[in-house]
Design a protein around this ligand. Structure first.
Ligand code: BGP
Length: 482
């Protein structure tokens, strides 16, 4: 038999992070309040909430200090260099640059921080992959106009993009306009993905959902993304832009045609819709019918449609953590307790948070995506959330994480062998950081352990996990030695 194809020579190996989950320093040097800064920690007896009035005495807001990347970036980037990264995925916190999101002039101190981070990366020979928007919506825009439900956010965001593109035109080449943009196809996306809040009580929750506002917000983000691509390419034609789709791969629970049809609809809605708009530049036929059937209405102008066509992306990137099964039988639907719902797959195991582990599903997904779009693909998130133990001698034996990553990398290689043009891998996450869905620190993903717990205790000291040394070897051998 012919030998398997290898990872290409210039393959991007690195890991991912997001400003709101790692930086901390939530009020440093003129930074404004972002949506994530008003989220409580979910380890309290109730789910995470958004509090319009910050009450430090009653609640812990994990993003306020997070793992303090703001003051530890040099140390963290040095560790990335040690692992051999040639790419580092990060986001720029909008509220450091525009504290309220709507100012005309940027906050120079906020930009100076990213100048330092990029300089450090360059010195380490690491390419930045920059997410422009990763749940860092300025809270002031929620108060001003209910976040992305309002079209004004497009211009505010473009103003932010212009500053980034001009300042970093020779420093950053790879850009992701929006993280997991497709989260807005479900009500989970309302709060941290779009800053939409509708309830006038002490707490806002994500339980309130108005699909007209939510899909309008998604549309505004599509237009903003397309305009960002056009603007960026005018500033530097070498810029490369990508999608970032939260890909929850779905299988029919049985071969009952009802299950198969439901699965197809779920896949189109959750996974394909946003990619179709950003890669193909048009609203797909099935979504138009969906809007009609559900009476969903919002404004789409001719100018919007033109901009969508003109601002398509160069590569397709996505997060992949799990797959789910879809069932038309109400008794078996929703068995799995993970945030995305779905039915339990009897062939798979799951994490403590019920995320079903499915390495082969990654190969399936990569082929599915490449077949649909035919553009370069990057896995910009993938990883295992787990509770790690720091031993007395400063070690973290996370064989379970190594096992998870190894199996997924094996499947990536098989997908390359299938012919998929896979160009990079940035698993979640570089260092431990705050979990989005739970607000916990103890749901850890990093190669680098950070001493901090759910209540914010710990000295923030960094430790190399076993997976750190393992990943270093993987990168050194370009994916040969797993
Ligand atoms: C993705 C987000 C990340 C990250 C990851 C893990 O959806 O883009 O920001 O947090 O999921 O999720 P969690 O932190 O909820 O375990």
């Amino acid at each position: 038999m012919k030998q398997l194809k290898s990872f290409p020579e210039n393959f991007f190996w690195g890991a991912a992070s997001a400003a709101n989950q790692c930086e901390g320093a939530w009020q440093a040097e003129g930074k404004g309040v972002s949506i994530s800064d008003v989220m409580t920690n979910g380890t309290h007896k109730e789910p995470r909430r958004i509090t319009p009035v910050i009450d430090e005495d009653r609640y812990f807001y994990p993003s306020h200090e997070a793992v303090d990347f703001y003051h530890h970036y040099q140390e963290d980037i040095a560790l990335c260099k040690e692992m051999g990264f040639n790419i580092f995925r990060m986001s720029v916190n909008w509220t450091r640059i525009f504290p309220n999101g709507n100012e005309s002039e940027p906050n120079e101190a906020g930009l100076a921080f990213y100048d330092r981070v990029f300089a450090e990366l360059k010195a380490a020979g690491i390419e930045p992959l920059v997410t422009i928007y990763h749940n860092e919506n300025p809270f002031a825009l929620t108060q001003e106009c209910n976040g992305w439900a309002d079209r004004r956010c497009i211009d505010y965001y473009l103003n932010f993009c212009r500053v980034l593109f001009e300042r970093y035109k020779d420093v950053v080449k790879y850009w992701i306009p929006f993280n997991e943009i497709n989260c807005l196809t479900t009500k989970l996306g309302n709060w941290n993905h779009a800053g939409i809040l509708n309830e006038g009580t002490e707490f806002f929750t994500d339980q309130v959902d108005n699909p007209n506002l939510r899909f309008a917000a998604l549309h505004h983000q599509f237009v903003a993304s397309a305009r960002a691509v056009k603007l960026g390419k005018a500033i530097n034609p070498d810029f490369q832009f990508g999608t970032m789709i939260c890909h929850i791969t779905v299988y029919p629970l049985t071969c009952n045609p009802d299950d198969v049809l439901m699965t197809q609809q779920e896949d189109l809605m959750r996974n394909c819709f946003s990619g179709d708009v950003q890669v193909k530049g048009v609203y797909p036929y099935y979504i138009k019918r969906y809007f009609e059937r559900h009476g969903i209405e919002f404004e789409i102008t001719q100018q919007d449609l033109k901009e969508l066509r003109e601002g398509t992306v160069d590569f397709y990137s996505f997060s992949y953590y799990m797959s789910n099964c879809i069932s038309s039988d109400p008794a078996s639907a929703q068995v799995s307790g993970n945030v995305m719902g779905g039915a339990k797959n009897p062939y798979l195991t799951a994490t403590e948070w019920d995320w079903q582990i499915d390495p082969k599903g990654l190969r399936y997904t990569l082929n599915h995506i490449y077949d649909r779009y035919g553009i370069p693909v990057m896995v910009t998130e993938n990883g295992l959330g787990a509770r790690d133990t720091l031993t007395a001698d400063g070690k973290i034996h996370d064989a379970y994480r190594i096992d998870y990553l190894r199996q997924h990398i094996e499947q990536m290689r098989l997908a390359i062998d299938d012919g998929v043009e896979l160009i990079g891998y940035t698993p979640w996450s570089t260092m431990d950081l705050v979990s989005v869905s739970t607000g916990e620190m103890e749901k850890r993903y990093g190669f680098i352990y950070v001493d901090k717990d759910n209540e914010g205790r710990g000295d923030l000291k960094r430790y190399r996990k076993d997976s750190f040394f393992w990943y270093k070897k993987v990168i050194e051998t370009n994916g040969e030695d797993l």
